[in-house]
Design a protein around this ligand. Structure first.
Ligand SMILES: C[S@@+](CC[C@H](N)C(=O)[O-])C[C@H]1O[C@@H](n2cnc3c(N)ncnc32)[C@H](O)[C@@H]1O
Length: 282
């Protein structure tokens, strides 16, 4: 479905609960990443299993809540920077999450109301909230695609309803690539997406780290992977940097998310277990 009122294929207009009823992975007895993340952010779209997984992570790594907040702040800063400083007007945000404060289109359209944003997620609860993501300013547009990141063909085909792929696009992969295991060739997924966008496009990416607080991260991921439907693969900084192969890295490179062009000293000091960076396609 799009903010311009075009129903997406197979979706009943106005029936925003259909995803929860029909989606094969909708099971409240097993923790799901979008709902666990919602719990950490203080949202209400989570169940006992999600809270249990979230609490297990807090026990292993007490800074996890500050880490996810630092990641959200990174998302907002990269969108604002790309819209304001680089003139980007199109965003493809894959792994959207349950809507919260400062969703991508809100940040982008606060800089330039004509920004066009396509959201992609495979979680039925995110789908059920899609309407909250479709509140575009009239000058711009938003769309929501219910798809798996691995299905790049579907994502790119449906995103073309809203985005003009002959003009620069910011591909946002914020806190999602660790959901793709090494055996699924995550680098090829990123490369396929970046091949589809023209020079002058950007990749903004953040990723759970295995080498920032190694012992705490290992304990946290072990607990989460025992309880969660989707498994998390944390990666080292050089592996995260490899997602940007062939792109020109913007300063300061791949850093802890709070260190990427922080707005305040306090923001820069907030702990996180996430690497993040932004690269530009030549
Ligand atoms: C940790 S949340 C991040 C949300 C948001 N990008 C942020 O950083 O605040 C990860 C999101 O990615 C989604 N996700 C995980 N694996 C996915 C996949 N294979 N395809 C599409 N979405 C996926 C989850 O449903 C969840 O909403």
């Amino acid at each position: 479905m799009t903010s311009e009122g075009i129903p997406a294929t197979g979706e009943q207009p106005g029936d925003m609960t259909s995803g929860e009823e029909e989606h094969p992975t909708f099971d409240t007895s097993v923790a799901h990443v979008a709902r666990v993340y919602d719990y950490w952010l203080g949202g209400k779209d989570n169940y006992a299993a999600d809270r249990e997984a979230g609490d297990q992570a807090i026990q292993a790594y007490p800074d996890i809540v500050r880490s996810v907040r630092a990641n959200r702040a990174f998302l907002a800063r990269t969108v604002r920077y790309l819209a304001r400083e680089q003139g980007i007007r199109q965003f493809l945000d894959i792994g959207t999450g349950i809507p919260t404060a400062n969703n991508t289109h809100e940040v982008a359209q606060s800089v330039a109301p004509d920004c066009r944003v396509v959201y992609v997620d495979n979680d039925p609860v995110v789908l059920s909230h899609a309407r909250a993501l479709l509140t575009s300013r009239p000058e711009g547009a938003t769309d929501y695609i219910d798809a798996d990141l691995r299905d790049t063909e579907k994502i790119l085909a449906q995103a073309a309803r809203t985005l003009n792929f002959s003009r620069p696009v910011a591909v946002m992969l914020i806190a999602i690539m660790h959901a793709i295991g090494d055996d699924e060739d995550p680098n090829a997924i990123v490369a396929t997406l970046m091949d589809a966008v023209p020079p002058g496009s950007y990749l903004a990416l953040s990723h759970v780290a295995s080498d920032i607080v190694p012992a705490q991260a290992a304990d946290m991921i072990r607990r989460l992977n025992r309880l969660m439907y989707e498994k998390t693969t944390p990666r080292r900084r050089p592996d995260v940097a490899r997602f940007f192969d062939g792109l020109d890295m913007l300063e300061p490179g791949v850093v802890r998310v709070q260190e990427w062009r922080p707005d305040t000293e306090a923001e820069a000091k907030s702990p996180s277990n996430m690497w993040g960076g932004v690269g530009r396609k030549r």
